[in-house]
Design a protein around this ligand. Sequence first.
Ligand code: SF4
Length: 373
Amino acid sequence: MKNTEFAHKLINWYKIKKRDLPWRHTQDPYRIWLSEIILQQTRVAQGLPYYMKFIENYPTIQDLAKASEAEVLRLWQGLGYYSRARNMHFTAQFVTHQLSGIFPNNYLEIKKLKGIGDYTASAISSFAFGERKAVLDGNVFRVLSRVFGITDDISSTTGKKKFAQIAQDLLPKDESPTYNQAIMEFGALHCIPKNPDCNNCTFSGNCYAETHKQQAELPIKIKKVKTKTRHFLYIIFQYKNQLMLKERTEKDIWKGLYDFPLYEQNSTQNIAILQTIYEETIKQELSHFMIGKKIQVFSNQEFRFEVKKISGIVKHLLSHQKIYAQFLVLDIPNQTIFQKLETKLSAQFYPFETIENLPKPILIADYLKKHFF
Ligand code: SF4
């Protein structure tokens, strides 16, 4: 099959089967950029409401630049990969203040922006500015490797280079933005990872994977992502309708989001050793933890807390991390220790209504929804 025939078939398929999506009706680089960043981590059905929410709240890049990081993260809540939202916010401010609000109009300049890699730069330059630049995402890797029988590892540098060259060679002279949309859409809707519909495919009879029955093997991806396991013990201090939360400022997952004072353990502990952990956490201020009674109490002369609730272990999966979390709710019976605790733990008490508006990891938002709101 000739390159022109491949492109022609794809574009014809696309014109009939494409989904009507809002970012396909615009050439505004900001909106295209936003859609691409959202779609890097989620499917269209889940990503669309986020896109609409962002556009409603921040119709222009200047509006996004004006927002606070916490507001942006709150809108992003649930999408994961929060560094992408932080980078987008940073770049919106950079374009607004350093580039006089003018988004760069070519691949090389776009790629210099923080948080924008090869794929996103190609997509923006193609869809917003019509640059003849091939996009290469997971869908494109799959379609190319299957149709043309390319067996290079898509996670290797050499494999990526080879695919990039082939993708660029296949780009038609005219209609390259439509072609780019078409190949991604074809991978997303027709040549899907499992059980693609080869019998009703525009490439049936011309496809390597179909002929050699290698749909399940292609594309080849050798590198395995390592998963890290972590054990979190969250201490939730409650005073009436206020809970203590803390902004995550470390270079770690969920930076800029709010969770409870956290003690990270090497493994999930059982209740019998919570005392030790707790005493370490707030440095000897609490000296006593009675176990085996109906109400367990941490106390010394200054502090006295009732343990209201201890959750079971909650498993939470991220792309590269497996988190086992346990929540311990402590009731604060009087206000005198309120500020002392805030200072000691560098955290703050917030009323429920305010907590609702803080950006939080889904693990925390779900827990709060189930037990407090
Ligand atoms: S024939 Fe099957 S494997 Fe080949 S492009 Fe079509 S759907 Fe994909």
